[in-house]
Design a protein around this ligand. Sequence first.
Ligand code: ACM
Length: 544
Amino acid sequence: MPSQLRSAPPRSSSPAGRSRGAGVRSALAAAVLVAATGVVTSATPAAATPESSLQQIVPAPVEVTTRPGTAFALTAATEIRTQPGSAEARRVGEYLAGLLRPSTGYRLPVQPARSPRGITLLLTGADPRVGEQGYQLDVTPAAVVLRARTADGLFSGVQTLRQLLPAKVESPTRQRGPWTVPGGSVLDHPRFGHRGAMLDVARHFFSVDEVKRYVDQIAAYKINRLHLHLADDQGWRIEIKSWPNLAVHGGSTEVGGGPGGYYTQEQYRELVAYAASRHITVVPEIDLPGHTNAALSSYPELNCDGVAPPLYTGTEVGFSSLCIGKEITYTFVDDVLRELAALTPGEYLHIGGDEAHATTEPDYLTFMNRVLPLVAKHGKKATGWHEFLKAEPGAGAVAQYWGTTGAAPELAAAAARGTTIVLSPANRAYLDMKYDENTELGLSWAGYVEVRDAYDWNPGAYLEGVPESAIRGVEAPLWTETLTNSDEIEQMAFPRLLAVAELGWSPASTHDWTGFATRLAAQGPRLAARGVDYYASPQVPWRN
Ligand code: ACM
């Protein structure tokens, strides 16, 4: 990938001309939805409106059975009952109550389950087909019963359940009911174990609260990995106690020259814990040996000539490299990985490895051959951008593919050696690519990525010569050269993140662009009620 292709034009500070939707909030009126679709399922007052149909869930479930004309009504008396003796199930129950209380205004006390009444979350009795991450949901007029084998499964089931309530349930302020859930059942489990979103907090820094907000948004679509790109040329964003100047100096600016910032170790732990409470594992990335200007600027001894370069606030890539021949480079990497491993409960550390254009090929191999064992030494497995396959990392390694074509023989060779792959093709899964020529934010080096481009590919058959069994899953990266706040993050991520989430979760048999676009349209009012300013793509039949 030519390095200059990743460079961005200066970000415009004017919000005018953004290619985003206007007036999406008006779609909240159920009456409009009924009129637009012409579908009314039943004359009973408890019947679900089309906006909360079992047919509109994103990501599409494995199996749905409807019971037209029946519904469960959530009322002021409803209780949430969870598996007796399970603190994890109780926490999922509390999370569900926390989602539903602001809009319904109901108390929704969370109690140990004695009998399946109200909304019941159980870790027993699930169909074995749900596996470790799936769930079974049954809605009758008497009760909503969610069963899973793990708390992860219950949490995914809760995401489905919230989509069965009217869209206004997502509102942060009290709304008028009725709060009905259509009768029926869902049996569901994911196609892939890794369903990721990556946020680049290096090019622009995002506060703990901004990251938590993104965590909440991605969790709603059953994303279970948050890859944080914590260091790049423009900024070092994690406190490393043995090398304090990385954060203090290396974190002191960002693209465009703003103040930047970094997470203290305590703040990072808080983020990891918050993500875990949304059943999301954080995968931290320190990009090595290129993309390291912020580190090189913080410590002169890391440079081959002993001279620290100035901090960098532009958007070029591929110009920096750690000094491969100096022993202190490996002391530095060892210290960073040790501290990061101690802060990170997840199995993987991401060591970058992309666009190392300022490192010679032999140096790159020398570096990776020294660094891969350091990851293992600190009890973690290595993941990296697919260029790191040049070093033939061992069978437990995970390669993240960001190329733009399925013809990548080195990936087939790696898969044959036992390496597994996360797919992030830049012309499909990169959320920072512009939607079309009118999109103000974002880049376009991989082309425009409209919603249909993000959806219409098959992760299981994308890479030539790589079987689906070698694919761990999909991940949607969001690089932030042009993005500075949550509103801008959300305009780029939504609705395309839902396309990638569906590719990661739903069985290939459900793949159908027209059906997806219709279901996506039903998500519009939900995103709007959560305050997400999504891009109202003309490809999607939004109902307003
Ligand atoms: C990348 O986009 N350089 C991974």
